[in-house]
Design a protein around this ligand. Structure first.
Ligand SMILES: [Fe+2]
Ligand SMILES: [Fe+2]
Length: 184
């Protein structure tokens, strides 16, 4: 139980600062994108990361934990740097790496949800699975943007993300439903 609590807090501290970096990176990203529809989608993603950060902060506080100041500073710098670099990298690479990052976020929130479940914190589990589902929607958006690009096969072979058979967002909650029910 202590181990689950430690792991949950560790993951959430990372996620809290990661959401800051993501929000800043997406702010730079949408400013660098010309297509109005893509711009609006990335703006929406930026807003959703802010919602995640707020909720993760609340969960951390109820677990008696606080974000790490040093990590906050580091992720602020990383987010700003990525946001600025989007203007120089063209269209494909920022979209690709955003999608790859989002796929990691899905796993991170699913892990956090499983620790919350082990601790009997079912409300947190539901919230974290909801966040995993939204991260999956983000991943699918970026995947849809890069699919068919001539560089995708090469970049996919190197960085191991970008297959078209990614799981649909709805599958996250559907998969986890039985685990949330009382067991006999
Ligand atoms: Fe997020
Ligand atoms: Fe995201």
């Amino acid at each position: 139980m202590d181990r689950d609590r430690q792991e949950l807090v560790r993951i959430l501290k990372g996620a809290y600062s990661g959401e800051l970096a993501a929000g800043l990176a997406y702010r730079g990203h949408w400013k660098s994108v010309r297509n109005a529809g893509e711009r609006a989608s990335i703006q929406k993603i930026e807003r959703e990361e802010a919602v995640h950060r707020q909720r993760v902060g609340e969960i951390l506080a109820s677990l008696g934990a606080r974000p790490l100041k040093l990590r906050e500073a580091k992720m602020w710098m990383i987010g700003q740097t990525i946001g600025l670099s989007c203007h120089a990298l063209g269209r494909f690479l920022p979209m690709y790496f955003a999608g790859r990052l989002e796929s990691g976020n899905v796993v991170e929130y699913e892990d956090a949800a499983s620790h919350a479940r082990a601790l009997g914190l079912l409300e947190f589990e539901a919230d974290l699975l909801g966040m995993a589902r939204v991260e999956k929607e983000h991943e699918m958006f970026f995947l849809s943007v890069v699919t068919g690009h001539r560089l995708l096969p090469l970049v996919r072979a190197i960085f191991k993300w970008g297959a078209c058979d990614a799981e649909a967002p709805e599958a996250i909650e559907a998969e986890s439903e039985p685990a949330s029910q009382p067991t006999s």
